[in-house]
Design a protein around this ligand. Structure first.
Ligand code: ASP
Length: 318
């Protein structure tokens, strides 16, 4: 009798202790919905490494690929909302996907809570090194005249590379063969190997290869040049001002995640983006680091709303 009563008291004490234990008390999984080595993965790993130190628990990256990022995003949406599963989403998974997939199994707004924006990532037009065009004007005329013979690589329907090159192809009236990959990491490997002809991708994936001269870069689709690639002209400077598009990566948690967990995750992200080493790594790759107001969950919620509206118009117009 007495030992039983003691066991009961001990059990109550333990469970009360657990309820009050400070979050996080074990490792956190961050789902990356694309292949390792691509832009989403790169931004996730830089952020997660620093955030892990602040949180005192490891953030473990899990690459869950498929369906232009929507497989991993669905998994994240359906995960237990306890702060131990989060994800690195982007303009495709949380902006374009609802317009691209009428039967999408998640809502970027209703099934997630925003944690914070990790990086802005300008879009570049790139091609294999041996592509027969020395600048954007030649690229445009070559693609216009030969698109039926060309292969364009992308990371699955609805991904950033897919939606932004959909825009480019429609401006050019081009109909290339569109080759899907599990992420632009593996797509870039094939571009370097000369197995595909061109793609549109987030800058953070491309900067090292452009600097090494293993691929050709024609233009950056933003208003300003990137300090990471100062010789690369903007699409406006290079003669294709209609192609203006840029992307972003951001952290989300499943709806119902405790506000204290979201707040701690956001604080760790904010701190990571001010860390000297993390900043340098991101800036060297060409990422735009959001200012402090731009890192809040509220700012991300607004961005997601405006991106869903923007891509809905773009995709319906196609
Ligand atoms: N760039 C993404 C990645 O592989 C995929 C995409 O959306 O294009 O991380």
């Amino acid at each position: 009798m007495i030992p039983r009563a003691l066991a009961l008291i001990a059990a109550i004490a333990l469970s009360t202790g657990a309820a009050h234990a400070a979050y996080p008390e074990r490792p956190i999984t961050m789902i990356v919905p694309f292949a390792a080595g691509g832009p989403t993965d790169v931004v996730a790993r830089i952020a997660a490494e620093n955030m892990s130190r602040t949180l005192g628990q490891q953030i473990v990256i899990e690459n869950v690929t498929g369906a232009g990022g929507t497989t991993g995003t669905t998994r994240a949406a359906q995960s237990k909302p306890d702060g131990y599963t989060i994800m690195m989403g982007h303009m495709g998974t949380h902006g374009a996907a609802p317009a691209v997939y009428p039967n999408l199994k998640y809502s970027p707004t209703k099934d997630f809570v925003p944690v914070g924006l990790a990086s802005g990532t300008p879009i570049l037009i790139v091609a294999r090194k041996t592509f027969a065009a020395k600048d954007l004007k030649e690229f445009v005329s070559h693609v216009k005249g030969n698109s039926d013979k060309l292969n364009e690589a992308h990371a699955g329907v609805g991904s950033v590379s897919h939606t932004t090159c959909t825009l480019l192809n429609s401006i050019l009236g081009a109909k290339p063969t569109r080759v899907p990959y599990q992420g632009t990491g593996p797509a870039l490997n094939d571009l370097v190997a000369g197995q595909v002809d061109y793609m549109c991708d987030q800058i953070v994936n491309l900067t090292p290869q452009i600097q090494a001269g293993t691929i050709k870069a024609y233009a950056i689709a933003t208003a300003e040049r990137s300090p990471a690639l100062p010789d690369l002209p903007t699409t406006k400077e290079a003669g294709l001002p209609e192609f203006q598009v840029s992307a972003w990566n951001a952290i989300f948690a499943p709806k119902g995640t405790p506000p204290e967990a979201v707040q701690k995750l956001n604080a760790a992200l904010v701190k990571a983006l001010d860390d000297k080493t993390a900043r340098k790594r991101l800036l060297d790759l060409g990422a735009d680091i959001p200012d402090v107001p731009g890192r809040s969950p509220e700012a991300l919620a607004k961005l997601v709303d405006s991106e869903i509206a923007r891509w809905n118009k773009v995709i319906k117009a196609k």
